[in-house]
Design a protein around this ligand. Structure first.
Ligand code: UDP
Length: 331
């Protein structure tokens, strides 16, 4: 067992629940704070404690920090639907920016010295240069990306003023599920490509729409850097060790594999893995989709001992499908 406990906000959600597993497997004590609006209590491993609360509920959060001896916070809680952030921006500035501000203030006032934040490649907007480096201009094109960028700025300023260091991991396209089948993407109303394709493969939907075939990419469809959720979770555990080892230093790190796949390549992988031919419907572009979003991941590989274990599109798709079948069998 390690000294102290890690508070995981959003630990009942998709990425957070995988981080909980990775932390527990690494010997950490874990306290989850989740309001269960989009997360599920059953997604929280039994070895972790669950506090049902909003991260902006200062009293409950501070009590939990004290009661469990929390020494670090991993902050996953937030709203994540990009089009919704356009139609309801204040929800994103409340749930992402303002809630993060409260949580960071709770961390500072309770003397929590390490903070890991779920940031996003959406903070780059439409990058001019791909693969994208961490020092590229950050010009988000939607309130979701802006709400996360504002939190990055708060963390930078707070770390300069208080004894707290942080790692902001900028996620690229997160997909897949725990290889041991303990968690996966369970939220209804999926919009992400691999989840949608997995739903089509299990008969939950009839086809997959391909949004745009005229992008400036090798086959005209959008190219993204898909990272397995368990590799991403493992990166958080290593980032925490780095923060503990070098207290004066903070980090902005891209979390991706540094390689892109087009929509059609992803759908080919799904057909390959399932031995099916899922119907594809060519449709127009979705608003705000860049042609290509691929990480330059040299900084994270340099900063952390982390090496991806599941850097394989077929593996990501296989694990996503296993989880989808598991969900289907529960209904
Ligand atoms: N996409 C698609 N059909 C879908 C969902 C997504 O063609 O049903 C495309 C989307 O236009 C983008 C890529 O798949 O090029 C990844 O989209 P996703 O929503 O998974 O993640 P994003 O990159 O938007 O965060």
């Amino acid at each position: 067992m390690r000294d102290g406990a890690v508070m995981v906000t959003g630990g009942a959600g998709y990425i957070g629940s995988h981080a909980v597993l990775a932390l527990l497997d690494a010997g950490w004590r874990v306290v989850v704070v989740d309001n269960l609006v989009t997360g599920f209590d059953w997604a929280v491993d039994r070895r972790a404690r669950l506090v049902v609360a909003n991260v902006a509920d200062d009293e409950k959060v501070r009590d939990a920090i004290r009661e469990h001896g929390v020494t670090a916070i991993m902050h996953f809680a937030g709203s994540v639907v990009v089009p919704e952030s356009v139609s309801d921006p204040l929800k994103y500035y409340r749930n992402n920016t303002a809630a993060s501000r409260s949580l960071i203030e709770s961390a500072v006032s309770e003397g929590v010295k390490h903070f890991i934040f779920s940031s996003t490649a959406a903070t780059y907007g439409v990058p001019e240069v791909v693969p994208v480096r961490e020092d590229s201009p950050q010009l988000p094109i939607n309130p979701y990306g802006m709400s996360k960028l504002m939190t990055e700025h708060m963390l930078r300023d707070v770390a300069a003023a208080h004894p707290l260091n942080f790692a902001a991991l900028r996620y690229f396209n997160v997909a897949g599920a725990d290889p041991q089948g303990r968690s996966g993407q369970s939220t209804a109303g999926a919009t992400h490509l691999i989840k949608i394709a997995a739903e089509a493969a299990t008969g939950k939907r009839g086809h997959v729409s391909v949004f745009g075939t005229d992008f400036a990419t090798r086959d005209g469809t959008g190219v993204r850097d898909y990272i397995h959720v368990s590799d991403l979770a493992a990166a958080h555990v290593d980032a925490l060790d780095l923060l503990l080892a070098e207290p004066g230093k903070s980090h902005f790190l891209n979390a991706g594999y540094g390689r892109g796949y087009s929509v059609l390549e992803v759908l080919d992988a799904v057909d390959r893995v399932t031995n099916m031919k899922i119907e594809r419907r060519m449709e127009g572009r979705r608003a705000g989709d860049p042609d290509e979003l691929v990480s330059d991941n040299r900084a994270i590989l340099e900063a952390l001992p982390w090496r991806p274990k599941y850097d394989d599109l077929d593996r990501i798709v296989t694990d996503a499908l296993s989880w989808e079948r598991h969900l289907a069998s529960r209904q």
